[in-house]
Design a protein around this ligand. Structure first.
Ligand code: 5RP
Length: 224
């Protein structure tokens, strides 16, 4: 979103590079979406002969993986996976996340759910005390746009439909500000009970198992 300071990119790249330590020979790896994950894909190229294949959480990541010669397989042909590597828009130090800035939240949550370990790679700007400064993305069936928006207002939120955007699943994204996310697990569940909501970007039940936080000089590893 917008121009990024080069320092932030360096931090993302460092976190991405550190995630290579979690890759084992013969793995099929779950891969997220976004600029930090792109750095991970670039790093993965160096050890691509070591892995078996990847399962991508978006069409754009699948294309990028194929372009660098990494085999991409369908989740339905992969079964349970050992490792999911992805970034986030916000992360608390206990591993709760907001994801979906790139709009891939539903597939990201599906692939993360199929993986034994979620290694989340972020730069320091993503770490926060309480989730919610970043607008929460919600994937919604198009015909339910008005209904879901009204329910979000009733919950105290300020919804904005993401313009000129369609998810890989053919749906819209509503970004919502001002929801109280002090109890992310409760809100995650509550939002998914609204008819028309496909998935929301709170990764509470599907929190990170490891946070790799790229800093100015090193990468901090939080095991959760
Ligand atoms: C995409 C995501 C991304 O992980 C999130 O938006 C972070 O992106 P970036 O690595 O570009 O900062 O959830 O749906």
């Amino acid at each position: 979103m917008g121009m990024e300071a080069p320092q932030q990119d360096i931090q993302k790249e460092m976190a991405a590079e550190a995630a290579l330590d979690f890759v084992s020979a013969g793995d099929v790896i779950g891969i997220g979406t976004g600029s930090t994950t792109n750095f991970f894909i670039d790093s993965l190229v160096k050890i691509k002969s070591k892995i078996d294949a990847a399962v991508a959480s978006s069409e754009v990541s699948a294309e990028r993986l194929r372009a660098v010669g990494i085999r991409v397989i369908d989740l339905n042909h992969a079964g349970e996976l050992p490792l999911y590597v992805d970034s986030a828009d916000e992360a608390t130090s206990n591993g709760y996340l907001i994801k979906g800035g790139g709009g891939a939240l539903t597939r990201e949550k599906i692939v993360a759910s199929a993986c034994g370990k979620f290694v989340c790679i972020i730069d320091t700007s993503k770490l926060c005390g309480i989730l919610g400064s970043f607008p929460l993305p919600i994937e919604v069936i198009p015909m339910a746009q008005g209904l879901v928006s009204r329910r979000l207002v009733q919950m105290g939120g300020t919804p904005v439909v993401r313009e000129r955007f369609q998810t890989d699943n053919g749906n819209i994204v509503i970004d919502v500000r001002n929801l109280d996310l002090t109890d992310p697990l409760r809100v995650e569940q509550e939002l998914n009970c609204v008819a028309g909501v496909v998935e929301n970007g709170i990764f509470g039940r599907q929190s990170a198992d490891v946070l790799l936080v790229g800093g100015d000089n090193d990468v901090r590893q939080l095991n959760l």
